[in-house]
Design a protein. Structure first.
Length: 246
């Protein structure tokens, strides 16, 4: 069997490679393995194959399906888990979890980029690490699991990625909109400029940490550190609010 280390440097993958990826990374036993291969096929590769007279379907349709599955499964999960949270808070959490940055991190964690079928141009331009390609591929893989096995296998696959980020969001207080409250307070004074600056970014793609400062007229009034820039900004705003007696 191919290892992930060997797969990522190959121009093309055999069906054995794809099967190995399915068992080790996706964790779903496919009835129709061609669905996974399609999910891993970027349009650049599909177009090259078609130019050679070979049939090849790209992952865009599966991405479309996976996007809906992602929203449904994530919505159900936070609805059932966070029973004391209001609709607006649930919407905010979902938006953070399903954004492109999050999906890119999930794809990186799963090793999806290493198994993608890419055209020569994308391989040369480091397409295996491109955020948009990986985020789209993650949705396509999710769509392939759903299409092959139904909703329960799709849930099982997705839960591996969304459970920790959701817990982090709740624990870090990102669902409270401290930024809006701080902005409202500062606007009352007039002429004040509030902005947020990214000070430091560290860690691998799927476990990045962001350090942010809240600045009022270039003066630091709050600092925050979290696994997303938005969460870090909220923490910085929360700290800044203490200066205004909140």
């Amino acid at each position: 069997m191919e290892t992930r280390k060997n797969i990522k440097n190959k121009r093309e993958h055999t069906e054995e490679d794809v099967l190995d990826f399915a068992k080790k990374i996706v964790g779903h036993e496919y009835n129709n393995i061609s669905l996974l291969k399609t999910a891993l096929t970027h349009s650049s590769y599909s177009n090259e194959m078609k130019a050679k007279g070979m049939k090849s379907e790209c992952n865009e349709r599966l991405e479309f399906l996976g996007d809906s599955v992602l929203s449904l499964v994530t919505s159900e999960y936070i609805y059932l888990k966070l029973r004391d949270h209001k609709e607006g808070e649930l919407t905010r959490i979902r938006a953070i979890v399903v954004c492109e940055d999050s999906l890119y991190g999930f794809a990186e964690a799963a090793g999806i980029g290493e198994a993608l079928f890419l055209g020569n141009g994308e391989i040369v331009s480091n397409g295996r690490s491109r955020k948009s390609i990986l985020a789209d591929a993650f949705e396509a893989v999710l769509g392939s699991v759903f299409l092959d096995g139904g909703l329960e296998p799709a849930k099982k696959f997705l839960y591996n990625f969304i459970e920790k980020p959701i817990n982090d969001i709740v624990n870090e207080g990102e669902i409270k909109d401290y930024k809006s409250l701080l902005q409202q307070i500062i606007q009352q004074s007039g002429g004040e400029v509030l902005e947020y600056t990214l000070v430091k970014e560290s860690g691998p793609a799927h476990e990045k940490m962001f350090e942010v400062q809240a600045l009022l007229n270039t003066n630091v009034i709050g600092e925050g550190k979290a696994r997303s820039k938005k969460a870090a900004e909220q923490i910085a705003a929360k700290e800044a609010l203490t200066l205004f007696g909140y």
